[in-house]
Design a protein around this ligand. Structure first.
Ligand SMILES: [Zn+2]
Length: 617
């Protein structure tokens, strides 16, 4: 997506690392039933293309053995009675950015393959190694572009994550070959001048894009191209792109767009959900109240699904993309379901169900939408072992109640998900999420009394960095998220208002990371990221002095998910009091504050500030 999105994604990556490293233990799944042979009887079967009103599907050792009625299977074979239910191929999400728990979450919602469109090369390599070793059966299968092709200073480079850029057609083959060597399954190319979002950024020339496409084809790799505008879409299709990673939402489609795309045999992943979020509407919000999905959504998922991008100054409209999808259908262009999770308004797995709904709203039949998430992406990405229910295919399967070929939302009513014939342990996952939510609610309640009547957090006058409640102050740096910033913290003489001591915080911010930080953290609960209700107070206040630089106060709340809200303060030569209302932190009332950080960064360089008399008022 555009730079804004990209920045948000990378920030999530950084803060998530802090959050996951310090929050309650991650979800641990019980070992799933490892038997991978069974027969499903009397299901309605959507085989990826068509509906068989009633059939048996026999799975042996993780592979579909046969499909038919009244199948004879060896005695002792486990029988699953699926009368009234619908069996589908496991879903394929054709546009995600995977890291952390993404693939585990995806599978819970029936997505058994994620086609990643830019992630850390290391994550891609390690995940694929595990997959090849037969591990990760409780996680969606990963196919990935690895890193992406972009211009120097273009989309993706401005955040310091090392992205190998290129400037001329002459560099294209070497660039592509380096990706092939790293293990990229296909080549992702960014064409984005920012104009669709009212900005401007350098982008690859169309000659370079064409050279990249040719170079990839020379190595037998598909190319998937990110575009922002309708003009960019036409240009890259003309240059020979195999697929578009988004549709445009800057303008209504020209009357011939569908025919033009069809003539070039391009496939298109509209990502309607994220285009809706880009037009300022949180596309995933309705998922959070759908009883078929909500019990499986983490607090972070829910917070992110309720978000949208800030409204763009240009007239973006997801409706333009819906009109284009209708054209593509009429022209028989291959349309694939992709979510662009975890951008604002999305989450891994659950969002495929919103995307299916939006594809139907655009004019696809439910059956066509289901094909867009099964057989169509398998064909487009040449994954011959999946996407359909037929003998010899992987037993990546999704069993749901009701009939999603009539009502697309029935695909949310999941009975079971299998990867290679091994059933995902959704019950344990659900119980674990329920427990975490209950603990958070309990902690918020029980801690109500402990914090609020005390207003002083720390004055450091006992010569330590302890606090009157919650955790003491501790150093926090981006090293937890792969950064190289360093920090130091010590109690020093000479506090604010002539008192004895203050806390000195210093360090060096390593340049580049969009989320670089180093500083100190305090949490109101017994450990970081346990929410505490501080809503009887209205402000956080503290005295600060220092080297004259601007610093940040970061506030984590449970409802705000994994990205902290921030405000800044300046630490000058003299002690100065800052008093910041809770409401300045994304409008929180303080009822579920889980951590507060005072940090330097993201600008590179040395920093040094002191704090004293930290209070809630
Ligand atoms: Zn994306």
């Amino acid at each position: 997506m555009n730079s804004l999105r990209f920045a948000a994604t990378l920030r999530v990556l950084g803060w998530m690392a802090l959050y996951l490293a310090l929050s309650a233990p991650a979800i641990i799944l019980a070992g799933p039933d490892s038997s991978n042979s069974f027969v499903i009887r009397k299901a309605r079967v959507f085989d990826g293309q068509k509906v068989i009103q009633q059939a048996d599907v026999w799975v042996e050792n993780g592979t579909i053995k046969s499909v038919g009625t009244g199948l004879n299977v060896p005695s002792g074979t486990k029988v699953i009675d699926a009368a009234g239910d619908t069996l589908l191929p496991g879903l394929i999400d054709a546009h995600t950015h995977a890291w952390g728990d993404a693939l585990k979450e995806a599978e819970i919602f029936g997505v058994t393959t994620e086609l990643d469109m830019f992630t850390a090369v290391k994550f891609m390599q390690e995940t694929k190694k595990d997959q090849a070793a037969g591990k990760d059966l409780d996680q969606a299968d990963l196919r990935s572009a690895g890193t992406c092709a972009t211009a120097p200073g273009g989309h993706g480079t401005e955040y310091g994550i090392p992205v190998p850029t290129l400037t001329s057609p002459a560099e294209a083959q070497a660039w592509v070959d380096a990706r092939v060597a790293e293990g990229s399954d296909y080549i992702k190319i960014i064409v984005e001048d920012g104009s669709a979002y009212g900005g401007h950024m350098p982008t690859l020339s169309m000659e370079t894009v064409k050279a990249l496409i040719d170079a990839a084809h020379k190595r037998g790799k598909l190319t998937v191209v990110h575009i922002g505008t309708q003009q960019e879409a036409r240009d890259v299709i003309a240059a020979g792109a195999d697929g578009l990673a988004h549709l445009f939402s800057d303008s209504a489609p020209a009357p011939d767009f569908g025919k033009f795309a069809a003539a070039h045999h391009v496939f298109i992943v509209p990502t309607l959900d994220v285009l809706e979020s880009a037009s300022g509407v949180a596309s995933g919000e309705s998922l959070t109240t759908d009883a078929r999905l909500a019990p499986y959504l983490t607090g972070d998922d829910i917070a992110n699904l309720k978000k949208s991008f800030p409204k763009s100054p240009t007239a973006l409209s997801e409706k333009y993309a819906e009109q284009t999808v209708a054209q593509l259908k009429a022209a028989h262009v291959r349309v694939l379901a992709g979510t662009d999770a975890p951008n604002p308004g999305t989450s891994h797995g659950s969002s495929i169900h919103r995307e299916l709904e939006l594809l139907v709203r655009s004019g696809l039949t439910p059956q066509e939408a289901l094909a867009a998430a099964t057989s169509a992406p398998a064909a487009a990405f040449r994954l011959g072992d999946r996407g359909t229910i037929a003998p010899g295919k992987r037993a990546d399967l999704l069993l749901v109640k009701g009939d999603p070929t009539q009502d697309i939302t029935a695909a949310r009513d999941i009975v079971s998900v299998w990867k290679l014939g091994v059933e995902d342990d959704r019950a344990t996952y659900r119980a674990s999420i329920e427990k975490t939510k209950q603990e958070a609610a309990k902690a918020a309640q029980s801690a109500q009394a402990s914090g609020p009547e005390i207003s002083l957090i720390s004055d450091f006058d006992d010569g330590t960095s302890n606090a009157t409640f919650g955790t003491g102050w501790a150093l926090s740096t981006d090293s937890i998220a792969g950064g190289k910033s360093t920090g130091d913290m010590k109690v020093v003489d000479g506090g604010a208002n002539g008192d004895k001591h203050a806390l000195d915080v210093s360090g060096v911010i390593d340049g580049g990371l969009p989320y670089a930080w180093a500083g100190v953290m305090w949490a109101p609960g017994s450990q970081p990221f346990i929410p505490v209700n501080l809503s009887s107070k209205k402000n956080i206040s503290f005295f600060a002095k220092g080297d004259g630089q601007t610093y940040r106060v970061l506030v984590f709340t449970t409802s705000g998910g994994r990205i902290p809200a921030q405000q800044t303060f300046t630490a000058g030569a003299e002690w100065k009091k800052s008093s910041i209302p809770f409401s300045a932190f994304n409008g929180t009332d303080g009822h579920d504050i889980s951590a507060i950080l005072l940090v330097g960064g993201p600008a590179a360089g040395k920093f040094d500030f002191q704090i004293d008399e930290v209070k809630l008022e």
